[in-house]
Ligand binder design. Sequence first.
Ligand code: NAD
Ligand code: DAU
Length: 354
Amino acid sequence: MSHILVTGGAGFIGANFVLDWLAQAGADSVVNVDKLTYAGNLKTLATLEGDARHIFSRTDICDRDGLDTLLRRYQPRAVLHFAAESHVDRSIHGPADFIETNIVGTFTLLEAVRAYYAGLDETARAGFRFLHVSTDEVFGSLDPDDAQFSETTRYAPNSPYSASKAASDHLVRAYHHTYGLPVLTTNCSNNYGPYHFPEKLIPLMITNALTGKPLPVYGDGLNVRDWLYVRDHCSAIREVLLQGTPGETYNVGGWNEKTNLEVVHTVCDLLDALKPKAQGSYRDQIAFVKDRPGHDRRYAIDARRLERELGWKPVETFESGMRKTVQWYLDNQVWVQDVLSGDYREWVAKHYAV
Ligand code: NAD
Ligand code: DAU
C-alpha cells in the first residue's frame, strides 16, 4: 500500500485536503501528523473513523525522532506540509510559537525528509515530492493599483506570521538548491469553507452573528483579501503534486478580491436569507474596532501560471462558495460548539478587549 504523509491534517485546510484526497478512487493512504494544538480537531475527520487508509499520529513536527520513525515505518511517496501556526493576530500577541513551529518545525521536517530521501532507491527518489503549503502574505501588502502577486514578486513579509512563513519558504527552496530535494511550494490566498476555525474573519462573523454578538471589523473595513474556497485550494495542491516541476513555486488564488466589509455584508445578507432574525438585519451587529497593528492593506494573487502550466482553475465563485459555507455552518453548529474550547474563549477575551 502506498502512502503520503500530511502534516497539519487536523487543521482547516489539511483536514479538507485529507477528506478530499481519500474520497478519490485508488488514493494512497494518508499518514496524518498533527500536534493537535487549539487549531487541530479530530472531530473534523470523524467520517474517517475505522478507515484503514487514514493513520493518525499525534506528533510535533519539531520532534525529529518521531518524524524519523513515521517516515521509516510508512515510506511515503510524498510529504505535504500544512502544519503551521496560522493566525496573524495570534502572531502579533505571541510570536514565539510561530518561530518554533513554522521555522524550527519546517527545518526539522526538512532534515528528517532529507535523511529519508537519501536512503530511497533510485525509482522511489525519482517519484518523491515534498510539497510546502505557503501563503501570499509572504509578498507583503499591495497598493490599490499595484499588479497582483506573481511567482516572482519580491518577498516583503510584514507580520511575525508572514515572516515565519517566508523563512520556511526560503528553507524549502534551499533544500532543493543545496541538497536536490524535489520540493514544490504553493503560495495561496485567503481560504474559506467548512471546518474553518472561528477565530478567522468569515467563520468568526458567522458565529458571532448567530449568537447575537458584535461583528468586529478592523479599521475602516476596506482592507482587501483574495478569497478561495478551500476545496479549490485542495484541488490545486493535488495538481501541483501531480504535475508541478520540482524547485518551482505556484501561486494559488480565487480571482475574488473583496474588501472585508464586502465579505461581512455577504455573510450578513446570506444569514438574513437563510436564517432571518426576528427583527432587523445581521448587518446591524457590525462594529468597527481598533485596527490590527501593521495591517496589510491588500493581497491579490495572479494565478495564471497554475492555469497555463497545470490547467488548474477554481470551480467555485465567491457567491457559490460563500453560500455553501454559510449553509455548512448553519448545519454544523455541533462542530462549532466543540471547537469553542476554553483556550478559544480566553483568546477572544484577551484579543477583543478594548
Ligand atoms: P490551521 O491553523 O487551521 O491548522 C494548522 C494545523 O497544524 C492544526 O491542525 C495544528 O494542530 C497543526 N500544528 C500546529 N503546530 C504543529 C506542530 N508543531 N506540529 C504538528 N502539527 C502542528 O491552519 P490552516 O488555515 O489549515 O493552514 C494550513 C497551512 O496553509 C498553513 O501552513 C498556512 O500557513 C497555509 N495557508 C493558509 C491559508 C488560509 O487562508 N487559512 C492560506 C494560505 C496558506
Ligand atoms: O492570505 C492568506 C492568509 O489568510 C493565511 O496565510 C493565514 O493563515 C490566514 O489566517 C489568512 O490571514 P488573514 O490575516 O488575511 O485572515 P483573517 O481571517 O485573520 O483576516 C482577514 C481580514 O479580516 C484581515 O484584513 C483582518 C480582518 N479581520 C479579521 C478578524 C479576525 C477583521 O476585520 N476582524 C476580525 O475579527
